[in-house]
Design a protein. Sequence first.
Length: 215
Amino acid sequence: MSDEVLLSGYVRRLFATEDEVLEELRYEISRRGLPEIHISAEQGRLLQVLLRAVGAGRVLEVGTLGGYSAIWMARALPADGRLLTLEIDPGHAAFAREFVARAGLQDRVEVRTGKAAATMEALDAAEPFDVVFIDADKEGYPAYLEHALRLLRPGGLVIADNAFWSGRVLDEEPEEEGTRGVREFNRRLAEHPALTGTIIPMRDGLAVAVYTPAS
């Protein structure tokens, strides 16, 4: 077993212990045949730290899947906090609602079904979010970033999972559309004048940037 795996286990045991709801959620994702591509418990804890660091009260998640990351994030919100999570698959959305309710978070989490880009475009920028977390189809990442910047408050965070895309971001001339999407997202995150960002090398890379538009 590699040192990386051992150290990840150490972090998980010390900081990111799952409760019964999260353990059952992971089990049911496997049993019911949903894609097993959710974040890790260590990433869930990191998301909580980041949300608390910026005093997040309103969070937008792009890509719900089974609701695993939504539960981690919602537990970091204040009692009056709200998390809106977007999911294109109605079956996945129903699964997520089930476990959000089991976690007792149905008053803080709304799972909205539909195409994420269209939903984001329809959201009112007059009610900005403190954090936008992106973990959906990789070809859509650049568009999701542009929507996120319209919807974020100054000082808010844009966060995205799979910023390394299993190492495929190193392909100089990628043929796969998802790889091109992640590479373009990372480039924009690095070069945008209103973003100060980096990629945290945890698991498949977690991109994080602070949005500070010119006044």
